[in-house]
Design a protein around this ligand. Structure first.
Ligand code: ZN
Length: 370
């Protein structure tokens, strides 16, 4: 009895143990599968989650990005292009540098379009400039009592070359005016691109910085075209001499700026003085043109606009060269109010003042002829 009973007990125990083993094996397989799937989900989530790119301090930057030791924080470095592009909508120390010139680009694009196609609403929208010697606030004969009814046709005339108010007695070439607008657009766009993407890599940083410097040189060269072309239109030798002079000087400057040596941080002030020198060389044809047209009634208004342009550019360059105001309180102007942002605003203001003068040059030549 005992043998049979013992055998049956062992068999039952064995079966129970087998069942338990299977159960534990199944449960362990289930656990492994769940943890595997959990890991898969985790790794998928990791893949989908965008990689965080923290903003760095000046000391954490790679050497090539160390430009302004008075701006202490909020730097982007080695960011992918996509993240750099979308960073236009987030705060870092280049946000306002991008937006100041992006808005300037939008303004000039609007001015270009309003002059290429006859869109009165666009002209009205951009109708911020007063016109002609009789109504310019920069003119000695400024008339502030002019009512709005009178103002619209005048502003439209000043903004829109296609306006019937633009009285032309002789046909005038408009291309020098558009050369200036195109040069300004190129400068503002290359600057915006540079400030947005130069944090991507060393190679792109070098390339975009050079493009930014070339953009400034192009803007200066093209700014010379409307005044020289229209003032000296009846003296073709002087016209060619001055236009060729600024073109040669501009090409020479661009060649220097493209040399690797001169695009380094060490030569920042040298580059600024190069641009200022190029701008100041315009004094020679300016003095020549003013003396030759001393009795022209638009003289004061034009000189007013051009003086405003020179003051805007020189003030901007002073902020840029001496890094005012961040040098007095390092770290306080990292996000807003540092020298480069102020410089950008003055560049746009200077270009707008020159736009005002360029339209007056065009109107002057159209009404006077040769
Ligand atoms: Zn800039």
């Amino acid at each position: 009895m005992s043998r049979t009973i013992q055998l049956s007990i062992w068999k039952r125990k064995g079966r129970e143990m087998d069942e338990k083993d299977i159960d534990s094996q199944t449960s362990s397989i289930a656990i492994t599968q769940t943890s595997k799937s959990k890991m898969k989900i985790k790794s998928k989530a990791k893949k989908n989650k965008p990689k965080q790119h923290p903003l760095l301090s000046y000391n954490e930057l790679p050497e090539y990005m160390k430009d302004n030791e008075f701006i202490l924080n909020y730097y982007r470095s080695d960011w992918p292009l996509k993240q750099a592009l979308f960073s236009v909508f987030s705060w870092h120390n280049e946000t306002l540098n991008v937006w100041t010139h992006l808005i300037g680009f939008g303004l000039f694009l609007g001015l270009m379009m309003s002059n290429l196609v006859d869109v009165p609403q666009l002209s009205e929208f951009f109708g911020v400039f007063p016109s002609s010697s009789s109504s310019s606030p920069l003119s000695s004969e400024s008339n502030i009592s002019q009512n709005l009814k009178d103002l619209y046709p005048v502003t439209a005339k000043f903004i829109d070359l296609n306006s019937p108010e633009m009285e032309m007695v002789s046909p005038v070439q408009k291309w020098p005016f558009f050369v200036f607008l195109a040069g300004s657009l190129f400068c503002l766009l290359s600057s915006t691109t540079c400030h947005l993407f130069s944090c991507h890599s060393h190679n792109l940083n070098v390339l975009l910085l050079r493009m930014d410097y070339v953009g400034i040189a192009v803007m200066i060269i093209t700014s010379f075209f409307p005044p020289i072309y229209y003032i000296f239109q009846c003296q073709p030798l002087w016209q060619i001499f001055y236009l060729a002079g600024i073109s040669v000087m501009g090409t020479f400057t661009i060649a220097i700026l493209l040399m690797p040596k001169f695009s380094s941080i060490k030569y920042r002030s040298f580059r600024a003085f190069l641009f200022v020198g190029m701008g100041l060389s315009g004094l020679i044809p300016a003095v020549h043109g003013t003396l030759a047209n001393w009795n022209e009634p638009r003289r004061n208004a034009i000189l007013g606009y051009e003086s405003a342009m020179a003051i805007f550019y020189l003030t901007g360059a002073t902020f840029y060269i001496y890094r005012i105001p961040e040098r007095f309180r390092p770290g306080c102007f990292d996000l807003a109010g540092h020298s480069h942002q102020i410089f950008h605003v003055f560049v746009v203001l200077g270009a707008l003042a020159h736009y005002g003068a360029a339209l007056m040059f065009l109107e002057y030549r159209g009404s006077v002829g040769c």
